[in-house]
Ligand binder design. Sequence first.
Ligand code: CP
Ligand code: NVA
Length: 303
Amino acid sequence: MTEIEKYYSFLDIDKIERSELRKILNAAIEMKRDLKGGIRQKLMKDRHLGMIFEKSSTRTRVSFEVAMNQLGGSSVVLTTGDSQLGRGEPISDTARVLSRYVDVLMIRTFRHETLIELAEYATVPVINGLTDYSHPCQVMADIMTIEERLGDIEGKLVAWVGDCNNMANTWTQAAETLGFHLHISCPEELSPPSRQSEFVKFFVDPKKAVAGAHCVTTDTWISMGDVEGAEYKCALLSKGYQVNDDLMALADKQAIFLHCLPAHRGEEVAASVIDGAQSAVWDEAENRLHIQKAILLWCFKLL
Ligand code: CP
Ligand code: NVA
């Protein structure tokens, strides 16, 4: 956790204490309930969020923008193409300038080091909106969804099947921090977790990974910016790593299916699963809005 006097930055789940993560999850559930009951507290009145997107986004951009509006604040978006970042202005200079205008920054970028550098030079809180290494806002929304459907995540089993990407890395951090079991299954060639622990286990065979799982989750086989070796990767993953009905049948009877979206039906997930009764993906997408609000408030120590 980065603490500089008055605020926290939300960079990665393993940098935040479990009790703080619980505060964020609980606040998100409470704010979701309030919103459905017509209550909107303007807790970010007159605060402004600056968002930098070096990669595409639908959910992250809209949920943060709406979150700020519902909380009484505002947001401004910069993309590489329409800002001086695209012409080579350093992230360190951008951080110092934007900190003079806005109260909090969110960045979606390629290199994780860019996020760290932004946080180092900014004098306002920084939120990780996805890097090649991690995607913590998404995994927090996923955990919220699991808890809504199945109760406390502690002790539950989540099975990750597919590419060992930024989402898989963040799931690993979350399992160790929040104390749930994570089974990761991908071909050995695709950088499975180098370290296994009490909470994280690796399986080449996806059937073994999903056995008895309370949640089965996956993501695109080709992430943004993942251009090299894409065909090779898809060829490896198409040999048994699609989440389909046969795989779901091995999970717990009450198991839910999650996917951060965008999804590719017929690749990482069968249409019958993502559009089927066990899928919780629309709640998961909605929960980005509620968790975003809680993360924003947490950054200002308002939880
Ligand atoms: N899941 C997610 O982060 O979606 P976007 O890429 O649309 O923001
Ligand atoms: N792993 C995906 C997640 C998209 C939200 C990517 O990085 O493209």
